[in-house]
Design a protein around this ligand. Structure first.
Ligand SMILES: [Fe+2]
Ligand SMILES: [Fe+2]
Length: 290
């Protein structure tokens, strides 16, 4: 518990995050960095950037609601304090991705309507499954749903986007790098805190396994919606002409069809789920394939 207390303390958070990798950043990226002109000039790529950013905002708003909601459900003081730091991380994530929409030219007055218009309905359902547990103050299920399933997904999605942006959009890549570091801390908390609670309350396992299966289904459906029939991927290919590469998980993403990228992402996330759930004593349930 001593390690747990120091690793997830507010003091450690201050030193590693705001005074560490976020020092001197603005909205998560280096000062003065801007979106590449191409994103504002090319309507297909612009639309895709807006749509993608909206999904990040939807996911982060869910994480903000979940982490703040779980504070009062937490059974111990150290978890409450960790979740308070996570709440601020998630609020920051909502803010920096919202700022990205403004940077992409979305007017402030149109923010909510743009989010509503582009929010993926499967992602909204994914969030709904988690927030139902949070509303019931179900701490164990809520932490598994948030810190293992939602953030395991976010972690891999951000990593993939980071690989794709590193050469063409340093501003966005830097924004993602800070969130990846945050998500790593959040996922670590989930694994460390929940393992012992699952042992204490083994009767909760079937319900949690059902939740994981349901959330995984909606996650795969979201991936399918985003990658299949993706006009922006073809446009990127046409403009790129093999100049830029993006290596992730041992493959070059720029050489792949969108459906192949969907496959790599889905396999990566599901493999992570299996490992992390195994560590906390939950048996991974294979979702139906959308
Ligand atoms: Fe987040
Ligand atoms: Fe997070």
């Amino acid at each position: 518990m001593a390690d747990f207390l120091s690793a997830y303390s507010i003091q450690n958070w201050l030193e590693s995050c705001p005074q560490g990798y976020l020092e001197d950043t603005e909205f998560g990226h280096r000062q003065g960095e801007i979106e590449p002109a191409l994103l504002n000039e090319n309507p297909i790529l612009h639309e895709e950037a807006v749509r993608t950013t909206v999904q990040l905002i939807v996911g982060e708003r869910c994480a903000l609601a979940a982490s703040s909601g779980l504070i009062n459900a937490a059974p111990d003081e150290a978890s409450k304090r960790f979740l308070a730091t996570q709440t601020l991380d998630e609020a920051r994530h909502v803010e920096i991705f919202t700022q990205r929409l403004f940077d992409l030219g979305i007017a402030r007055k149109d923010l909510e309507s743009v989010i509503k218009q582009h929010a993926n309905q499967n992602l909204v359902k994914f969030a709904g499954v988690l927030l139902e547990k949070v509303d019931k103050k179900d701490f164990v299920a809520g932490v598994v749903g948030q810190n293992i399933v939602l953030e395991g997904m976010a972690f891999s999605v951000f990593e993939m986007m980071h690989a794709l942006s590193e050469q063409v959009n340093p501003k966005f890549a830097h924004t993602l790098a800070g969130t990846i570091a945050d998500e790593r801390r959040h996922v670590g908390f989930g694994e460390n805190r929940i393992g012992s609670l699952i042992k204490e309350f083994p009767e909760k396992r079937p319900e949690i396994e059902r939740m994981q299966k349901e959330m995984s289904y909606y996650m795969l459906a979201t991936f399918a919606d985003n990658f299949r029939n993706n006009a922006a991927a073809a446009e990127f290919d046409r403009l790129n002409q093999h100049q830029v590469h993006a290596n992730w998980q041992g493959v070059d993403l720029t050489e792949m069809q969108p459906e192949e990228m969907e496959g790599v992402l889905a396999e990566t996330v599901l493999k992570e789920f299996k490992v992390r759930l195994g560590r906390i004593g939950i048996e991974y349930q294979t979702p139906v394939r959308p």
